[in-house]
Design a protein around this ligand. Structure first.
Ligand code: ATP
Ligand code: FE
Length: 330
C-alpha cells in the first residue's frame, strides 16, 4: 500500500491506497483532522497550523491504518505534499513522511499538491491522457492541458480571486457561515438563481482565463441593496458554474479534448457537477470526501508516479510555498 500525507494548510490528512498489479489504485483509507483553532481568527494562522499538525499527525496515521485494517509493515511507499502551501505546515507532513519511509526502508515521493487534487479523480476512473484538468479550490482556479501523463501545460487561470475564495467571501458577507462553499450550496437550494442579476465575467474575451473578483463586488452591492442570502447564493453559484463551464468548454473544443478532470474543493459542488455532467464533456470528479484537501489524493498521485516509473524523491527534498505544476511551456 502507498501512504499519502497532506499537511499543506489546516487539514491533517493521511490516506492509504492499494495498487494491485495491473489494476486501478484503490482508496483503502482517508482520514482528515480539520483544525478548528483558526475559527476565532477568521483565517488560518500558519504557526498554529504547524503546531496542530505536529500534535495530530501520528493519531491521524494510526486512524488511517486502522481504517484500512493494515499495519506499518503493509506500507510499501510513502508520498507527502512538498508544496505549494504553508511552509511550516508542509514541513510537518514532509518530514514525517520521509522519516517513516526511511525507517521502513521504502521509497519516498515528494508530491505536488495540485497533482494530488487532480489525481483525487483517479478514485473514480483511470486518468488517461490527453485530458484537461480544472483545479478549482480555495487558492487555485487553474486549467491545465495534459497532453501526456505527467506533462502539465497551464492554459488558463484566475486573474484575481480563486473560485473557492469567492464562495467563501460571498458566504461571509451574506452571513451564511463557514466554510463558504457548502454554505452557499445549501442556501442556493432555497434561492432564485435569477434573483440577483450577475454579469458573467470576461464575456467576449478570448483565451482560457477566469475572473471572480467582479462577482464578489457585485455580490456586496446586491447585499447592501437588500438581496436575500438565498438569492445571492443561488445566483452567484449559477453564474460561477456557467463561467467555469464556458471557459473549459472553449478550451476543450479548441484543443480537441473530450475528458475533463474537475477537482479541488469546489468540485464538491452539486450544481457544478450537474452542469459539467450535462455538458457533453466527459467530466471526471473525485469521489466524495476527496475534493477538499486529504491524504488519499496524495497517495493516488504517488501511485501514478510509481506506475509511470518516476524515480523516488531524494530525502533532502525541501518544502516550498510556491511551486508551479506546469512543466510544459504554454
Ligand atoms: P489550494 O488547494 O488551492 O491550496 P485549499 O487546499 O484551501 O486550496 P481545497 O481544500 O481544495 O482548497 O478546497 C477548499 C475550497 O473549496 C473552499 O474555498 C470551499 O469553500 C470550497 N468548497 C468546498 N465545498 C464546496 C461546495 N460544495 N461548493 C463550492 N465550493 C466548495
Ligand atoms: Fe488544496
Amino acid at each position: 500500500m502507498i501512504l499519502g500525507i497532506d499537511t499543506s494548510c489546516d487539514d491533517t490528512g493521511v490516506g492509504l491506497v492499494a495498487l494491485p498489479a495491473g489494476g486501478r489504485a484503490e482508496v483503502r483509507a482517508n482520514r482528515i483532522w480539520s483544525q478548528v483553532v483558526h475559527a476565532r481568527y477568521g483565517g488560518v494562522m500558519p504557526e498554529l497550523a504547524s503546531r496542530e499538525h505536529v500534535e495530530r499527525i501520528d493519531a491521524v496515521m494510526q486512524d488511517a491504518l486502522a481504517e484500512a485494517g493494515a499495519g506499518v509493515g503493509d506500507i510499501g511507499a510513502v508520498a507527502a505534499t512538498a508544496g505549494p502551501g504553508l511552509v511550516g505546515a508542509l514541513l510537518v507532513g514532509l518530514m514525517y513522511g520521509k522519516g517513516l519511509a526511511q525507517g521502513l526502508g521504502v521509497p519516498f515521493y515528494a508530491a505536488h499538491h495540485l497533482e494530488g487534487h487532480i489525481f483525487a479523480a483517479a478514485s473514480e476512473a483511470e486518468l488517461e491522457a490527453p485530458y484537461l484538468a480544472l483545479v478549482v479550490s480555495g487558492g487555485h482556479t487553474h486549467l491545465f492541458d495534459v497532453a501526456a501523463a505527467g506533462e502539465y501545460r497551464l492554459i488558463g487561470a484566475t486573474r484575481d480571486d480563486a473560485a473557492g475564495e469567492a464562495f467563501d467571501k460571498i458566504a461571509r458577507l451574506a452571513g451564511l457561515g463557514y466554510p463558504g462553499g457548502p454554505a452557499i450550496s445549501e442556501a442556493a437550494r432555497r434561492g432564485d438563481p435569477k434573483g440577483v442579476a450577475f454579469k458573467e465575467p470576461m464575456l467576449g474575451q478570448a483565451g482560457y482565463d477566469f475572473s471572480f473578483s467582479g462577482l464578489k463586488t457585485a455580490a456586496l452591492l446586491a447585499h447592501r441593496a437588500g438581496a436575500s442570502g438565498e438569492d445571492l447564493a443561488a445566483s452567484f453559484q449559477a453564474v460561477a458554474v456557467k463561467h467555469l463551464l464556458k471557459v473549459t468548454r472553449r478550451a476543450a473544443a479548441d484543443l480537441g479534448r473530450r475528458t475533463v478532470v474537475v477537482s479541488g474543493g469546489v468540485a464538491a459542488n452539486a450544481a457544478l457537477r450537474e452542469a459539467f455532467g450535462a455538458s457533453g464533456l466527459q467530466a471526471v470528479f473525485p469521489s466524495q470526501g476527496l475534493n477538499t484537501d486529504n491524504g488519499a489524493m496524495i497517495a493516488l498521485a504517488g501511485a501514478a508516479a510509481m506506475r509511470a516509473g518516476r524515480p523516488p524523491s531524494r530525502l533532502d527534498a525541501g518544502a516550498a510555498a510556491y511551486v508551479p505544476l506546469a512543466n510544459v511551456d504554454g
